[in-house]
Design a protein around this ligand. Structure first.
Ligand SMILES: Cc1cc2nc3c(=O)[nH]c(=O)nc-3n(C[C@H](O)[C@H](O)[C@H](O)COP(=O)(O)OP(=O)(O)OC[C@H]3O[C@@H](n4cnc5c(N)ncnc54)[C@H](O)[C@@H]3O)c2cc1C
Length: 450
């Protein structure tokens, strides 16, 4: 029998790698995990968690404004970016420690260094060769900035979390969820914010009603959204950055944040040494069990470019641990994965968009409501909430739920359970609502709009 140093060697202690390592160890496997940067990976350090903390910070401006309508006088207000970042950093350090404790308590050996694949059963860390029955690639992804004159002056979300001061003027380039979230954060904290996206409308892949509603709401709040616009060149003049757009016009900013996509972090990983197939964008090609074309090498999470979300990386990790060390071959399920976008206001979505349902030849009914949230009847804000259901005419099943408005992420999580149970519109209608909430609209929508 061949002897290996470990049953499982995981490269990357992010959302996926930590979960796969500790659960595999719990099933009795001898496990080591290599981490070159920070325990907890993107989500904990430069992703979901610090992002949501910054979103909370940015909402206080609205809360303080809204308070007046409810009789509160709020005195002198000041925002201190340095305190926010210091407090955020402290919380992240705490979480790094929690991840370390979890791994150690599970019996996983932590190797804090860069790991590289040498062959199908061997990795190298700092010149030392280590063998494993299975290698799990969980290296995540990295932000991508296109090359153009002056692109070196642009920052990405990684740097945005550690800026020394709040910029007065910010440009966000890109129309995905990270772009709209940062536009909301900077604007909420007081920066003059402009967002560029080179197509007609941002948030590609989301329901068109979400895309349009969010654009309207962001504009109402004062974010300068510019579609069919892109930067051709950035020049630095003392502390300021001058961006020249493709139409020749110019705009100045103190920071220009590119949120233009992320690529798998598979460069310099040595996967080619083991003959592991990669997609042209560098993502590891895997089967439904997250196995690469090499029997002993698996890959999970962002580096496989399936759905770049923390809970998905975790589900893939659980499936690999069950498959390899618990005698239960498991394929993760990607059906009805709910997501939230922590823009201001928030978006939540699960299931098919109206467009997807039509493309898949469903005959559908569409229910939609747009209303002023009760809270804003006293605040003077003209923010609107949008909620929408896409229903299959043939089976009456709800195929998609979409929302823009406060707490959309919290509300849509429950809807995802209903959709996974195959709930019908009749069952939604038979459910008694919670009054007065926005969520009750999902069970009281009676008028078809399409
Ligand atoms: C700004 C931002 C906001 C986000 N917000 C959300 C959100 O709200 N909700 C959500 O679900 N998802 C969100 N995500 C996505 C989420 O963070 C990722 O999907 C998730 O972290 C992927 O987990 P992973 O295990 O694949 O990779 P990661 O968490 O990135 O972990 C990979 C780890 O591997 C390490 N590594 C890489 N190469 C090596 C090597 N050769 N040797 C040793 N170590 C290595 C890296 O240092 C890293 O720690 C966000 C992402 C960003 C950037």
């Amino acid at each position: 029998m061949i002897h290996y140093d470990y049953d499982l060697f995981t490269i990357g202690a992010g959302s996926g790698g930590v979960r796969a390592s500790r659960v595999s160890a719990g099933f009795g496997a001898k496990v080591a995990v290599a981490e070159e940067r920070y325990l907890g990976g993107t989500c904990v350090n430069v992703g979901c968690i610090p992002k949501k903390l910054l979103v909370y910070a940015s909402h206080f401006r609205d809360d303080l404004n809204d308070a007046a309508g409810y009789g509160w006088s709020v005195g002198d207000r000041r925002f201190d970016w340095a305190s926010l970042i210091a407090n955020k950093n402290k919380e992240i350090e705490r979480l790094n420690g929690v991840y370390r404790k979890i791994l150690v308590a599970s019996g996983v050996e932590i190797i804090e260094d860069h790991a590289e694949v040498i062959d199908s059963h061997t990795v190298a860390v700092n010149g030392k060769k280590i063998t494993a029955k299975y290698i799990l690639v969980a290296v995540g992804s990295w932000p991508m900035v296109p090359h153009f004159p002056g692109s070196e002056y642009a920052i990405t979300s990684n740097e945005a979390f550690y800026l020394p001061s709040l910029p007065e003027r910010v440009i966000v380039v890109g129309g995905g969820y990270i772009g709209v979230e940062f536009a909301g954060i900077f604007h909420g904290l007081g920066a003059r914010t402009t967002q560029f996206y080179w197509e007609e409308l941002f948030m590609r892949g989301f329901d068109d009603d979400i895309r349009r509603t969010l654009a309207d709401e962001m504009r109402k709040r004062g974010i300068d959204l510019r579609f069919k616009a892109d930067i051709a060149k950035i020049e630095k003049h003392q502390a300021a950055l001058k961006a020249t757009l493709t139409d020749g016009s110019t705009i100045e900013a103190d920071q220009i944040l590119y949120a233009t996509g992320r690529l798998s972090k598979t460069l310099n990983l040595g996967l080619e040494n083991a003959g592991v197939k990669l997609k042209p964008n560098g993502a590891v090609v895997v089967d439904e069990y997250s196995k690469s074309n090499v029997e002993s090498i698996y890959a999970i999470g962002d580096c496989t470019d399936r759905m770049m979300l923390t809970p998905v990386a975790i589900a893939e990790a659980m499936a690999v641990a069950n498959t390899l060390f618990n005698g239960k071959p498991t394929k993760p399920s990607y059906s009805n994965v709910a997501t939230a976008v922590f823009s201001t206001p928030t978006c939540g979505t699960v299931g098919l968009t109206e467009q997807e349902a039509r493309e898949q030849n469903y005959r559908i009914d569409v229910y939609r409501t747009v209303f002023k949230p009760l809270k804003h009847t006293l605040t003077g804000s003209d923010e609107r909430t949008m909620m929408k259901l896409v229903v299959d005419q043939t089976t009456d099943k709800v195929l998609g739920c979409h929302m823009v408005g406060a707490d959309a992420g919290e509300i849509i999580q429950g809807m995802a359970i209903a959709l996974n149970c195959g709930a019908t519109k009749a069952q939604f209608d038979a459910t008694i609502g919670i009054h007065p909430t926005a969520a009750e609209e999902f069970v009281t929508m009676r008028t078809k709009v399409a």
